[in-house]
Write a new protein. Structure first.
Lengths: 213, 635
């Protein structure tokens, strides 16, 4: 058995699918690509694949990661083979960037993720100084207590960095670095709400991860 | 609305609705063509949500056939769920097709499939959301041609005013005739009336505005007037001589839908002649695909989709001539892939257990059998003769081979059914479970799915009354009382939904205004338990002074002219009547592969068969003349 880490972009055709559905898309993609995916043991064998971090519905993703276990040894199936199998198989909404072998015993992918990077673009024109002010006030607060799905949490320590820049036509773009540790995941739409912006009227792209060495 | 505005409005509302993946298209294997590169644009609609519509095989076939043409594009349309509908209406977004996001009203042809009747209010909602006038008579040359097909349209009358034309029977060839006729008309588009007149010349096309029923005082039909010289006295269903190559590039939805699988039709039609069965009557004669074609279609489809399940579809899998060979080869084809293969509609015999065992991969579900009735008298009446002993023997074997759940399908409300016949359903279920307990103890479970019979047009039971609410409720109460306890599970249909299906199934043209009013009062998604609203329907009937019991609970006289008599399924009314008579004396009829009983399908389509000979036709060869003799034998 071998383990591979795939780096990929998730584009528009898969924008509105959830995590379980994305898992299914990968299963079928790998099956079509004739990759000899390993299955779990037991009564209901499942393909052994693991995503890095769940992505909210409606988000696009760049430099995303997924681990795949393959039932073949190094001589039968190499990184390049895997890459070519995927490249030559069509899957709308997935663009393969790289395939790398990783040690079977290395830590699981989700435990390696420290922070997520986001680009958030509100759809409507906004007043830059006004939003800058709100952002400054937000970042000056010691705690930002919010309630999500009946759970109260502090958003402030999850914010590692937020930059704001202007785009043409009076539009703005946020660049955010938010904690993505287990049980401590910052959500960019929560920040928009705190900035008194409509969280639904925005485009979200997760652009990458900051990972443990 | 231009496409850019539509797409940008969509971007704002999609994050606010449930399962937005339903509304965006872009799935694997969708066909996207440049709008201006083709002459004719067809929107294919399933009048329910994406989740139900995507797996529909009929539309899948038409989608691929049309998109194979260089001069045509076909795109898909489904209804938005309630939350999305509200958001679309609030934001002025018209119904659009998924591939190009073009509003439905900009297409040349809108084809709607109607596999069952409880979609009728959804049709009105669909037209309204698409901003197409509801009535054929109100449409202008700028509106799309609105056509329906599917099993329900063998009685098109309740929805006649809403459609320009109906395609009766099989769609694979008629779809091209429709498009070709449309294209010829479009060269010099005169009036809509001219287009309909040309369409009426196509065999299998019914243009409802060219007919007008006249009623007697008692509400039944005196006669149906033809209003146009091109309108045939009887519209004969279309039939394809060869089942064309099955579609294999199935759309692979990115979100989970009701059936996430490859579906390959192995056979069309059925020779069993169950008297309640609409599909068994209207899809005659039987034609089979050959094993090689099916196996290579399965292989191609798995490669094209990556699906984890394959369904081999037909009305009666066990009757497929080379079923064992087929099952062995399909199983071999897929053995390495952790796939599930489903084979519906198996006969109640040990051979079926063996077939299922060959297909059983790593996953284990229940084993489904459909005895439909529990006493031999009832089973003779409906012409599904199997003995109770045979059922028990088969059940024992199923449990012994490792299945822990058996699902049995029954119907209550068959003609002349008594409460003893219903009690027998409970007794039989318990007897089957007892067999299971003998073999595997407490792990054995039994699931009884008991629906209520709705008499359908074009069947031997088209004359009979549907059970009343009281009858249904007392029968269901008995079953609920009897079928409880460890290992037993019972599911049943809402009796009010049964009544709705009953009036829609055998309704006439006067029902159209009831349907329209019900929709105006808020009826839609009638097939959804949480959306169906019986009170609204009652109100609609009352507003038009029509008694639904006329359609549901009335025993028809044998000489009654039915609203659907001018639609011909190929099975003669006289044959249906003789089958009805046979049911009254509990006389069964053999599988007609063994000998022809002259239902009428063979002489009617004799030319097609003669011009396309082959072993795929499974009705017996009948020489032309002796057919008359056969009729006398069965009479």
């Amino acid at each position: 058995m071998q383990r591979f880490r795939i780096q990929y972009n998730k584009d528009a055709p898969l924008q509105y699918i959830g995590n379980l559905d994305l898992h299914k898309v990968w299963e079928r993609y790998l099956r079509r690509a004739r990759v000899p995916v390993a299955y779990t043991q037991g009564f209901h064998p499942q393909p052994k694949i693991q995503q890095a971090a769940p992505l909210p519905l409606g988000f696009l993703s760049q430099n995303d990661l997924i681990d795949v276990w393959v039932e073949a040894d190094e001589n039968e199936f190499k990184e390049d083979d895997f890459f070519i199998h995927l490249q030559t198989t069509h899957q709308p909404g997935i663009e393969i960037l790289s395939v790398k072998a990783v040690a079977l015993n290395s830590p699981s992918l989700p435990t390696l993720i420290l922070s997520s990077l986001y680009r958030v673009i509100p759809l409507d024109p906004l007043n830059l100084p006004e939003v800058q002010n709100r952002l400054k006030e937000l970042l000056e607060r010691n705690t930002i207590i919010r309630t999500r799905r009946n759970k109260t949490y502090d958003l402030r320590p999850l914010i590692e960095n937020i930059l704001l820049r202007s785009l043409p036509d009076n539009c703005l773009e946020f660049q955010m670095q938010l904690s993505a540790r287990e049980g401590a995941t910052g959500r960019p739409e929560e920040i928009l709400i705190e900035l008194r912006l409509d969280p639904h009227a925005a485009r979200y792209v997760r652009t990458g991860f900051i990972m443990k060495e | 609305m231009d496409k850019r505005t539509l797409v940008s409005r969509l971007e704002r509302i999609l994050p606010t609705v449930e399962k937005p993946g339903r509304y965006v298209g872009g799935e694997l294997n969708q066909v996207y063509k440049d709008w201006d590169s083709v002459k004719t644009h067809v929107a294919l609609a399933f009048p329910d949500i994406y989740d139900i519509g995507v797996p529909n095989l009929g539309l899948t076939i038409l989608y691929h056939l049309l998109n194979e043409r260089q001069d045509v594009l076909a795109e898909r349309v489904y209804l938005p769920w309630v939350d999305m509908e509200n958001a679309m209406r609030q934001n002025g977004i018209p119904l659009y097709a998924l591939e190009s996001k073009t509003p439905v009203s900009e297409f040349d042809i809108l084809g709607i499939t109607l596999p069952y009747e409880t979609l009728y209010t959804n049709v009105l909602n669909l037209l309204d959301l698409a901003r197409i006038p509801l009535h054929s008579s109100q449409r202008t040359i700028r509106d799309p041609l609105v056509i329906a097909g599917g099993h329900a349209v063998f009685n098109p009358e309740p929805i006649a005013p809403f459609f320009d034309a109906f395609a009766i029977g099989e769609g694979e060839e008629i779809i091209h005739d429709i498009v070709n006729t449309y294209q010829a008309w479009k060269e010099h588009p005169t009036s809509r009336q001219d287009l309909l007149a040309e369409l009426a010349r196509i065999e299998g096309i019914y243009v409802p505005s060219f007919y007008e029923p006249e009623y007697k005082e008692d509400g039944t039909i005196r006669t149906i007037h033809r209003l146009h010289p091109n309108a045939p006295a009887q519209v004969q269903k279309r039939l394809v001589a060869h089942l064309p190559k099955p579609p294999t590039r199935f759309i692979v939805p990115s979100i989970s839908v009701v059936h996430n699988r490859v579906s390959i039709e192995i056979m069309r039609g059925c020779t069993r002649g169950c008297r309640f069965c609409h599909a068994g009557m209207v899809t005659r004669p039987v034609r089979e695909r050959n094993v090689d074609e099916i196996v290579s279609a399965v292989r191609e489809a798995l490669e094209a989709t990556g699906f984890e399940e394959v369904a081999l579809l037909s009305l009666s899998s066990s009757d497929y001539t080379h079923i064992l060979d087929l099952v062995s080869r399909v199983a071999a084809e897929t053995s390495d892939h952790y796939l599930t293969i489903s084979l519906p509609s198996l006969r109640i015999e040990s051979f079926s257990v063996m077939l299922m065992e060959k297909l059983r991969g790593s996953r284990q579900g229940g084993f489904t059998l459909a005895p439909e009735a529990a006493t031999e008298r009832m089973r003779n009446m409906i012409n599904k003769p199997i003995s109770t002993q045979q059922l028990l023997d088969t059940a024992r074997e199923i449990y012994a081979r490792g299945w822990t759940t058996i699902k049995l399908y029954f119907m209550i409300g068959h003609p002349s059914e008594t409460i003893e016949d219903v009690q027998a359903i409970a007794d039989l279920c318990k007897a089957v479970l007892a067999e299971g307990k003998k073999v595997i103890g407490k792990r054995a479970t039994l699931h009884a799915g008991v629906s209520t019979f709705v008499p359908k047009p074009h069947t031997p039971f088209q004359w009979v009354a549907c059970d009343t609410l009281d009858q249904i409720e007392s029968k269901q109460a008995l079953l609920k009382r009897e079928l409880r306890g460890p290992g037993l599970k019972l599911t049943w249909n809402n009796p009010y939904e049964t009544l709705m299906e009953a009036w829609l199934s055998r309704g006439d043209r006067r029902l159209a205004k009831v349907i329209e009013t019900a929709w105006q009062l808020g009826a839609k998604f009638d097939a959804w338990q949480d959306q169906f609203n019986y009170a609204v329907w009652q109100q609609a009937f009352a507003m038009h002074g029509i008694d639904p019991a006329f359609y549901t609970h009335r025993q028809r006289s044998e000489d009654e002219i039915f609203p659907w008599d001018h639609i011909f399924s190929g099975v003669r009314k006289a044959y249906l009547l003789s089958e009805y008579h046979a049911s009254l004396i509990e006389k069964t009829q053999n599988d007609c592969r063994q000998g022809c009983f002259a239902c009428g399908i063979l002489p009617k389509y004799a030319d097609i068969r003669r011009n396309n000979p082959g072993s795929h036709w499974k009705c017996p060869e009948v020489p032309r003349r002796p057919i008359k003799v056969n009729i006398e034998q069965t009479a």
